[in-house]
Design a protein around this ligand. Sequence first.
Ligand code: NAD
Length: 518
Amino acid sequence: MSTAVAGTEINEVLEQLGIKEENQGASTGSHWFNTRGEKIGSYSPVDGSLIANVNMATSTEYEASILKAQEAFKEWRLVPAPKRGEIVRQLGEKLREYKEPLGKLVSYEMGKSYQEGLGEVQEMIDICDFAVGLSRQLNGSTLHSERPAHRMYDQYHPLGIVGIISAFNFPVAVWAWNTALAWICGDVCIWKPSEKVPLTAIACQKITAQVFKANNIPEGVSSLIIGDAEIGKLMSNDKRVPLVSATGSTRMGKSVAESVAKRLGKSLLELGGNNAIILAPSADLKMVLPATVFGAVGTAGQRCTSTRRLIIHESIYDNVKEILTNAYKQIKIGNPLDENNHMGPLIDKDAAEMYKAAIEKVKASGGKMLVEGDILTGEGYESGCYVSPSIAEVENHWEIVQHETFAPLLYLIKYSGEVSNAIDIQNAVDQGLSSAIFTNNIRESELFLSQAGSDCGIANVNIGTSGAEIGGAFGGEKDTGGGRESGSDAWKIYMRRQTNTINYSTELPLAQGIKFDF
Ligand code: NAD
């Protein structure tokens, strides 16, 4: 292979990360299972090349990983939480060391810009830092008992195995958000990454293995299973996996939720969005422009928080339309490893075809294309995954607008009158992930944030919909699944709560004053 990746050969990047085609299948302290199964080819959307073939796990190998994880849990749960935090601290340090090659591989395998690839690794580092502090704060409450000489408190214990199913668009950060918290909570993790980006997952497992080896941590604390939806289904139906954290489409989330609920397990679902920005009459258009363009075309519109709908007050509608259509003419599309480009490719050719089909549907519904995107061909676009972005004038209730198109397709919707009308439009979709308003009117912004405002998990004022800091709980409502990951008290989902009552008297008073004399 001789592909140049930001000045480095791809082979060099893989070598820096300890991945070589000939040693795939070798166990490296920690383990993943990739023998004997079918192969998945990891193709780069950047230039269409086959980066490597990776073997898929079989159900027998899945079984082995569960047994290994169960064994590891017995040991790991007894390690004091701050000591587990120390392991996560060391992982954060290792990620700092590997930030560049890992960021490059993320960019090359998934197609996001190198800057965003580095940003994703930075998120992993940030969550490690967050988790280290948290490892000393897994606190329950002390409660007053109604009985004399009794003490009550609640405390949190680890759950066991956390199954992580992740999507292609955040190939490494979502794993770190889950594992860093799950590990400090005393859980062990089994990760099934997206089959579209297996190499970045192997790289993470290799980096983790170095830390685990240096600290004699049992291998089964971190397992990686490469496979498709079938492995995800095994996990969802498996009673030995008390928590399944699944990130991906709403279709996938509904299937996981049903299987996990049938066995009364817990699921943490991070699913699709249909995110809107409301532009009120006082919106500062200088800020709106970068927020919207980054939100709509950043990561080629393949973020769960990408801006899909702009709900614009009629008094500024024409102005915004003109500014945006002009800005779109300047978007540079090309190799995401070249910092001069604003937008890289979609993940694969199927995604490009789906984008084309969505544009056709918009037109068939009566939408007006202000900027009509297409699949790009010619020099630099040989992979067939590059597209140009679109802007369309639409109505919110159309079926295609109600649906999440995972591509750079931005809808303009006009509102008139009060901001409450815009809020009604923004809430009138099935998804509830991220939302934003641009306004300088405090009444409008407070209404937007109130219980009568945005129904999304994330609601921002004078910031776009895209991206989030790890310190806040991340996730969304309705068809987005209701899960919360990362900051705030999201750690509680990774633990089970226990209420303890201790009697230090010589009597046995019953609760609620009940007498039981004999
Ligand atoms: P996808 O649903 O096709 O696949 C996601 C993962 O689920 C993959 O690992 C896949 O193998 C697995 N999977 C698929 N069907 C399954 C099933 N029935 N049972 C178990 N596992 C199954 O999603 P994708 O195309 O990789 O990612 C894009 C989607 O993910 C978008 O909808 C995006 O909004 C969403 N997403 C959401 C968040 C969030 O935090 N809310 C973050 C990233 C991506």
